[in-house]
Design a protein around this ligand. Structure first.
Ligand SMILES: [Zn+2]
Length: 405
């Protein structure tokens, strides 16, 4: 199924790529059949052009007169001459609330150099684990010369929830992790997608067996950063309508075939019900809750769930393609947004700074398989930038360095 999708998409894209090369007398290859002897294929309103053709006039589809490059090879050079304001260093200090970098005595000096160049003040490692492993990560930071530059979130082992002793064990482990220096809880996307209950069934995100964990987070006054599902396109058919076709072609294991996984909507609803049921717990929805392509849905979430915050990791391409709507959103909900990056790659942070800080137009994202479109800057005001970059993270995470900003 994936193979045939590939063929039809390449054909479709080739046509899109080369549309415009058509000349009226060169159209024999694409067949006649159009109105009044025009080349091409007629379609009815609402129908799609056949594979290998594209709509050149209302209701008339035509193939290009030469073999077209595939979407993999099509790299047009933009002719637009636009001002470029590169931003190598963020305008204000930044807390990266969504990192997975574990610092050691070996990589710390180099990491600090990179962070200073970017104006990254604090890097928050969400992969803290629990027990001795977590304690060691915290100790490495505390014993270093940079104890205010790194923080760690703990993790819970969800498999076996509902079984004898699970709750007691995991509640105690999380309590210990926070006593050992963890400043929050991170939940990986396994919860909802892969984790299982003691009886072998899928562990739902809103399973009441998990509530003691969330209540403990409220009691300990630590935020919970939760990654649920993945982009909606990963749950959809991999065909020429899927916005992430190229990514799913390059990384087939990112797809969630619907005969084996819950739907995107199921996971969103479980998560949002869990948020609603634990109003005293502060939640940070990773990757903007995957609502980065739906401003209205993001607004509804924040309007109805006052305990929820959104962080921007790995969804920059969404804000950058809709900069006006998102600038309004970030301004309206400026107390509810946090900065995160996910993958620690110093060369990629400046793309975020540029989208958030400048009003540049039509520039590239750093991964073309995520976003085949261009980005536009939002030019956020300083007050909003500060909240996004560090103030909100510091406010909702008491374990963050509270001074020196
Ligand atoms: Zn992550």
């Amino acid at each position: 199924m994936r193979r045939s999708a590939l063929v039809s998409w390449s054909g479709f894209a080739m046509v899109v790529a080369a549309a415009g090369f058509w000349a009226p007398d060169a159209g024999l290859a694409q067949g006649r059949g159009g109105r009044q002897g025009q080349p091409g294929v007629q379609i009815q309103a609402g129908d799609e052009c056949p594979a290998g053709t594209t709509e050149v006039r209302k209701g008339r589809c035509q193939a290009p007169d030469k073999p077209a490059p595939s979407i993999v090879d099509y790299r047009p050079k933009p002719t637009v001459v636009a001002e470029a304001h590169m931003v190598p260093k963020a305008k204000f200090p930044v807390v990266d609330i969504h990192s997975h970098l574990t610092v050691t005595s070996d990589n710390m000096e180099q990491t600090i150099k990179e962070m200073d160049a970017l104006n990254l003040r604090v890097l928050n490692n969400l992969s803290g684990g629990s027990g001795a492993a977590l304690k060691e990560k915290v100790e490495t930071i505390r014993k270093s010369a940079y104890k205010d530059r790194f923080r760690v979130f703990a993790n819970v082992k969800w498999d076996g929830a509902g079984g004898a002793g699970w709750k007691e064990k995991e509640v105690a482990a999380l309590r210990q992790a926070v006593a050992d220096g963890a400043v929050g809880l991170k939940i990986f996307k396994d919860l909802g997608l892969r984790s299982t209950k003691a009886d072998g069934s899928r562990l739902k995100i809103d399973d009441p067996d998990l509530d003691p964990i969330f209540q403990l987070c409220a009691e300990l006054n630590i935020p919970v950063l939760i990654h649920t599902a993945d982009p909606a396109q990963f749950f959809e058919p991999i065909d020429n309508h899927n916005e992430r076709w190229l990514e799913l072609g390059l990384f087939p294991n990112r797809a969630y075939p619907q005969d084996r996984f819950p739907s995107f909507e199921t996971l969103m609803q479980e998560r949002d019900r869990m948020f609603a049921r634990n109003p005293k717990t502060r939640f940070i929805a990773a990757h903007f809750a995957w609502y980065g392509n739906d401003v209205a849905r993001g607004s509804r979430m924040l309007d109805t769930l006052p305990n929820v915050y959104l962080e921007v990791a790995a969804v920059l391409y969404e804000f950058g393609r809709q900069p006006r709507a998102w600038t309004e959103f970030f301004t309206k909900y400026q107390d509810r947004v946090l900065f995160g990056k996910d993958t620690y790659e110093p060369t990629e942070y400046p793309y975020y700074w540029r989208v958030f800080e400048t009003r540049d137009e039509y520039f590239d994202y750093y991964r073309n398989y995520h976003a085949f479109w261009k980005l536009y800057g939002m030019g956020l005001p300083d007050a909003v930038l500060k909240k996004l970059y560090y103030q909100n993270a510091v406010k909702i995470t008491p374990g963050m360095p509270q001074g020196g900003w």
